[in-house]
Write a protein that binds this ligand. Sequence first.
Ligand SMILES: [Zn+2]
Length: 148
Amino acid sequence: MGCGFDSCDRPVEKGGLCAGHRKQKQRGGRLEPLNDALAGRLTPAQNLHEAAMRLADSDSEDDRAFSRNIDSHRKAAITYARHHQVVKTLEAFDRRREAGLRVAGPAPKLSAAGARAAVDEAGGIRAAARLLKVSRNTVRAALRRRLV
Ligand SMILES: [Zn+2]
């Protein structure tokens, strides 16, 4: 038997609906056709939330169910943390790209003299970094090299 939502032919999970449409109903929104790629799938944050709710609702008498819920909550938390870190990294790359900075690869060679000249010309470390299209840390590191 298929899902109760018209033209949806996914298998019924509970309440006469497929997993994806059941989620839509639970979220209180209108039922809409599912995007195949996203059908029944939650974002890492939603998944972590669901796992936390399942864990909170666990029957404390049922040790196996409880440890299963602990385990799925742990996995959801790890997935969420990884996803969050990846998103942050990609955003940082975008910001660097937009600022005309390198995104990957070895740090460019910048001599202490070159850094000093750029700082003098641009009038500061921040402006020198922009001028040389390197990070401020690269300029600072180059300046420090002269001091050792
Ligand atoms: Zn459905």
